[in-house]
Write a protein that binds this ligand. Structure first.
Ligand code: NAD
Length: 469
């Protein structure tokens, strides 16, 4: 099929490259000339596994880049809108980018088109997109608006796209559903998975990919409800971790015991410094706002957000309790991205904590495998950057682990200890076993588990996230 994808960010670029790899002819549209030039020059503007390979394979073949939205609409049967939907001051989604794209799409309609919301949008957006396209002169029979929410996770975006838990298509006409079914056929009928050059299948995935067809409004709600539920799961386990700290229980054991219940599941029961990124914070707020607007006061979501805020503050209190005074302390920081596997620092709790510590007068030397360049773009001074985890640790009064990169979970502990000025590790991601850390000579603080000391004696239960000792 001929497809236009508008917006070549984390979602649009991955979706466009994957659609091309499924055999469709794709025009990726963006209004950022620098991004387009980089893409045309063979660069991959985001850090995402398998994306460089897909772009190299399809660039100039089935995948082309353009700033001409109307031209792309004329040439395509389906137009996916994948522009940003950032939060407005009141917490609602700012849909002005979606509106401006819808307005332009109208002028390019020259036959039946399916306009697909790929961006995460509140329920009723499809009705607005339809109204805007009609207001700008399109014939009502010449297009349908569908919702095809995207569930990919940054860091594993290509794999998630090719091996999704489910594909949700929200359509209100059969004609429109047929177009979307056709687009995803290589995944839903499984022909893609028989190819020798298919992206490798990860564990725990079902092939062929299941497809769920719903009304457009239901599909819009599925995305918001999914993200809100996942954020709730994170806040829930963070709240449990706080109780563990108060009573001296071990949250890792609790997670194991709770998560093995198949109704609950082990995934996303990972206590830490809270959720971040460009999706959960804004989507929970937007879902809260759209529910209120439609007469339902979704107070549960207020608590999800509030626990998430607290989690950062609890971690900062933990740093204070481990180091006493902060002014002038040298801290090694591992991780700036909002989670491992990505260079995305939007709403990153790691960055929030690093900035708060800078304001307290700490000196920070940070290392992140992918996010340092982006951090330098937003924080011009204060943070020094290291070439490795060991260099970040060198001479530091303590080491903070703020992002769950795999390489941070596999450090040479003896080397790390010899680099640090004091062997203190404050781990916001629970990457290490407290007893193993103690046996390697570290004073080790983590989330929801008692801090341990090199002599092997737990430092004691933490009261309100603060070490009692
Ligand atoms: P992004 O900011 O990385 O990319 C948006 C792109 O749209 C940018 O390249 C921008 O230049 C382009 N753009 C903006 N206005 C345009 C216009 N008028 N014409 C052409 N291009 C335009 O955003 P993202 O992270 O890819 O997110 C896009 C949407 O997908 C959001 O609604 C987000 O909530 C949703 N989503 C994101 C993720 C994720 O992990 N990032 C996952 C699922 C869903």
């Amino acid at each position: 099929m001929r497809i236009a994808v508008v917006g070549s960010g984390y979602v649009g670029l991955v979706a466009g490259a994957c659609f091309a790899d499924l055999g469709h002819e794709v025009i990726l549209v963006d209004n950022d000339q620098r991004k387009l030039a980089a893409l045309r020059a063979g660069q991959t503007p985001i850090h995402e596994k398998f994306l460089p390979e897909l772009l190299a394979r399809q660039r100039g073949q089935l995948l082309t880049f353009s700033d001409d939205l109307q031209g792309a609409v004329r040439a395509s049967e389906a137009i996916f809108i994948a522009v940003g939907t950032p939060p407005s001051e009141s917490g609602e989604a700012d849909l002005s980018y979606v509106e401006s794209v819808a307005r332009e799409i109208s002028g390019g309609i020259n036959g039946y088109k399916v306009v697909v919301e790929k961006s995460t949008v509140p329920v009723y957006t499809s009705e607005w997109v339809r109204k805007i396209i009609l207001r700008n002169g399109a014939d009502p029979e010449s297009f349908d608006v569908a919702s095809n929410p995207e569930f990919l996770r940054e860091g594993t975006a290509v794999t998630d796209f090719m091996y999704p838990d489910r594909i949700v298509i929200g359509c209100d006409t059969q004609r429109c559903a047929d177009v979307l079914r056709q687009i995803y056929k290589p995944l839903t009928e499984g022909t893609y998975y028989t190819r020798n050059d298919a992206i490798p299948q990860p564990d725990r995935t079902t092939i062929p990919a299941p497809i769920i067809v719903t009304s457009t409004k239901s599909a819009e709600l599925i995305k918001h409800a999914s993200n809100a539920f996942l954020a709730m799961k994170i806040s829930f386990i963070n709240a449990v971790a706080s109780v563990c700290e108060s009573v001296g229980a071990n949250v890792s054991q609790v997670c194991h015991g709770v998560g093995t219940d198949s109704r609950i599941g082990r995934r996303f029961l990972n206590p830490g410094i809270g959720y971040g990124g460009s999706c959960f914070p804004k989507d929970v707020m937007a879902f809260r706002a759209v529910a209120r607007e439609n007469g339902y006061d979704f107070r549960l979501l207020d608590e999800v957000m509030s626990i998430n805020e607290d989690q950062r503050q609890r971690f900062l209190r933990k740093v204070r309790s481990a180091l006493w005074t902060l002014r002038g302390k040298k801290l090694g920081v591992l991780g700036l991205a909002f989670k491992g596997g990505t260079d995305d620092i939007r709403e990153s709790p790691a960055l929030f904590i690093a900035q708060a510590l800078l304001q307290e007068g700490c000196k920070i030397k940070a290392y992140d495998p992918a996010a340092m360049e982006r951090t330098q773009e937003v924080i011009s001074s204060g943070i020094k950057y290291a070439e490795s985890a060991y260099e970040a640790a060198a001479g530091s009064d303590a080491l903070l682990i703020l992002t769950e990169w795999e390489e941070f979970a596999n450090l040479d502990l003896d080397r790390l200890k010899s680099e640090l000025h004091y062997p203190i590790v404050i781990d916001g991601r629970n990457l290490y076993d407290p007893e193993v850390m103690a046996s390697h000579g570290f004073t080790y603080y983590s989330v929801g588990r008692a801090a341990t000391h090199p002599d092997g004696v737990p430092i004691g239960a933490l009261k309100n996230g603060v070490d009692k000792a």
